[in-house]
Design a protein around this ligand. Sequence first.
Ligand code: MN
Length: 415
Amino acid sequence: MKSWIDIKTDSDFSLDNIPFGIGLIPGSGKCICTRIGDTIVDLAGMASLGYFDHLGFKISDFEKPVMNDFIAKGKKTACRVRTIIQETFTTDFCSGTDISLLKQKALHNASDIPMLMPLQVGDYTDFYSSIEHATNVGIMFRDPANALLPNWRHIPVGYHGRASSIVVSGTEIHRPKGQIKPAHADAPVFSQTMQLDFELETAFVIGKENPLGDNISTAEAEDYIFGMVLFNDLSARDIQSWEYVPLGPFLSKNFASVISPWIVVMDAIEPFRCKGPEQQPEVLPYLQFEGDHNFDINLEVALKPEKGKEASVCKSNFKYMYWNMSQQLAHHTINGCNMRIGDLCGSGTISGSDAGSFGSMLEITWKGTKPFTMPDGSERKFINDNDTVIMRGFCEKEGLRVGFGDAVVKILPAK
Ligand code: MN
């Protein structure tokens, strides 16, 4: 699809993408938007010109502080809205379009529009579904001979995280403090974390609710997934290793997680569906599935010091995930747990098999034993104060490109 809006070939925001987010539009406030190339399209502005009238939308349906109500209208409705946008901005279809009115009412430079937290996240769950990551952490934290716990290949392991501290890209986060037990000390100390880490993840957004008591099968699961974002699940490893037995991570994880501002819908990544890793031993019937449920999404993490060039520290791919999203959702609800619109489910850190594809500093520097050298010659074992962590993700094949935009967070010194 060619657009009459300029789209660079390496843009994440091709006409095939059309993600949804919340922008702060001068004069109108918070609105549901999409992005094409470097242009933000304000859907309330399009609605004011009547583009969505036949779908029953009013302008006020797009003047929203979060996407939850829009998502609740269903994936089919979102699909129709995307189709209208694609047709309006496609060169071949734009003959009936009043471009000057659209430009005046709905188009903005991306650099002029702050992107806001797109969701009211009610609940957030984080999985642990990369076998490479779980193995690496098991080797470092427990026992190299039994790196994977006995349940790992049978259960998509997860835990309930905290929704209140999920923030949008661009938010600055202070280094957290807490209890740390130095390796050879008898008692813990109170300190700022010395091992602040990122976790390279994606998260899926729940787009349909199941009643309490009902489960969602693997066959139905994708109907319940509205779309995906990049997800940086910030972690304090020294706080984590002291606190996590027996109930799992607590303060080491709940101080902040960062999402990319654009929700990329599942239709947009459909062309990048692919096979996942072989699962051995065979999983229980409720976790079995038909077809392919992994997606080929290139992922990258860069670290940027306050002054100086960014360095790419990791290149991974979502397709490495052992447990897929349909299995995660089937498992999450098999006991009757109800999912709600806007809930987020994190994939867990996405590591590949080689060292260049590890999705956390913990793994990249092997718990600080192999420091990473930055372009300015400085070393990183974990994230330093005033470093910015940039996550990127995109799908690409045969001239088709669909990206997620960036999930960016700068780490400020402890308060
Ligand atoms: Mn995580």
